[in-house]
Design a protein around this ligand. Structure first.
Ligand SMILES: Cc1ncc(COP(=O)(O)O)c(C=O)c1O
Length: 337
């Protein structure tokens, strides 16, 4: 799972939410948006639905030791036509591609995984929710021969909303660097790679910021610890190309597509630290958090604290298409019924 640094008790780390109301683990639903009086009833494990309490592993599970696993974070939205996954096929494709980077084939087909996602939502009576498919290395003496296992869990999550009307997150450019393409390929959403994110986000929270942004080995912006990064400069919406070291985010792709359709000029080009400092607007994107306005970068205040007009427009566009409030892009909504 994506690490949640602030959930680890550590007296030396102040509660970031007390300093920055918008600070949160944006790769998982905002805890305040969770609406789960009790855990879901069922999880899917290795091909079947099991009771939530039975979805456990032994401590010798190699993924625990070596971080060998691949995962996705997917949203399901309550739309006027019933619950619908947002870009489920694209998420499952990325899961297969993450594993393929490591030379690993998934133990289940995309069809089986899609059905597993459907089952955990329907059997738990969920609508607006966040799903977490995880393929991980099981127990065994040899990491090259141990079985691959697979789980799908879901938890209720508040509907996707736009950026806060006021505020936004205070971002810090991390002293920790994003790993290079020849170290841990950033195109893969692989469990162990999040140790790097953990280092960066933990340090940012410890210093009183809400979100860490990482630079690549060449000193250009890679992405956020669990988000992609956009800036608005002179009316143009710019994000780094994925070869700068960011994950090929599905929200990123959604934003680029919808903004271009709206007539906003978009570009993918490398961004330097100073491009963030001097931006007219800056925001982060990710499945769970949607579009998150950045109010300052390394204490350089960007938009007087309020999300800028392009950030608001983009957040509204993403929310509308995911929640089925528009007819556009029907192929992105995969209905459960
Ligand atoms: C490192 C990183 N970058 C970007 C993203 C955003 O990707 P997506 O929009 O597909 O959720 C994530 C989310 O998982 C992430 O972990």
């Amino acid at each position: 799972m994506t690490p949640t640094p602030t959930s680890i008790p550590d007296a030396s780390i102040p509660d970031a939410s007390a300093r920055d109301a918008s600070a949160r683990d944006a790769s998982a639903p905002d805890a305040s948006a969770l609406d789960v009086p009790a855990p879901p009833k069922f999880a899917w494990l290795d091909g079947e639905l099991v009771d939530w309490s039975d979805a456990t592993v032994h401590v010798t599970t190699l993924a625990l030791h070596y971080g060998i696993g691949f995962f996705e974070g997917i949203r399901c939205h309550d739309t006027p036509d019933g619950p619908a996954f947002f870009r489920l096929g694209d998420h499952l494709r990325r899961l297969a591609r993450s594993a393929a980077v490591y030379g690993v084939a998934l133990p289940h087909t995309a069809g089986e995984l899609a059905e597993a996602c459907r089952q955990v939502v329907l059997r738990n009576g969920l609508t607006d929710c966040y799903l977490r498919p995880l393929v991980f290395l099981g127990a065994g003496p040899n990491p090259l021969q141990a079985p691959l296992r697979c789980s799908v869990t879901a938890s209720a999550a508040g509907p996707l909303v736009g950026p806060p009307k006021e505020g936004g997150v205070r971002a810090q450019i991390s002293a920790f660097q994003r790993y290079g393409a020849n170290t841990l390929p950033p195109a893969a959403k692989a469990s162990g790679q999040y140790l790097n994110a953990f280092l960066a986000q933990r340090a940012a929270v410890q210093a009183g910021y809400g979100e860490a942004i990482l630079l690549n080995e060449a000193g250009f912006v890679a992405d956020g610890w669990a988000h992609n990064v956009f800036v608005v400069a002179d009316g143009e919406l710019v994000t780094p190309p994925v070869w700068s070291g960011g994950l090929p985010g599905i929200t990123r792709d959604t934003v680029l597509t919808l903004a271009a359709e709206r007539g906003i000029p978009v570009a993918e080009r490398p961004l330097a630290r100073s491009d963030l400092y001097l931006a007219d607007e800056c925001f982060l994107t990710g499945t769970a958090a949607g579009v998150v306005a950045v109010s300052s970068v390394d204490d350089r205040v960007l938009t007087g604290g309020a999300p800028g007009p392009v950030t608001r427009t983009v957040a509204d566009l993403v929310t509308a298409v995911a929640a089925g409030a528009t007819e556009a892009h029907p192929q992105w909504r995969e209905y459960l019924h």
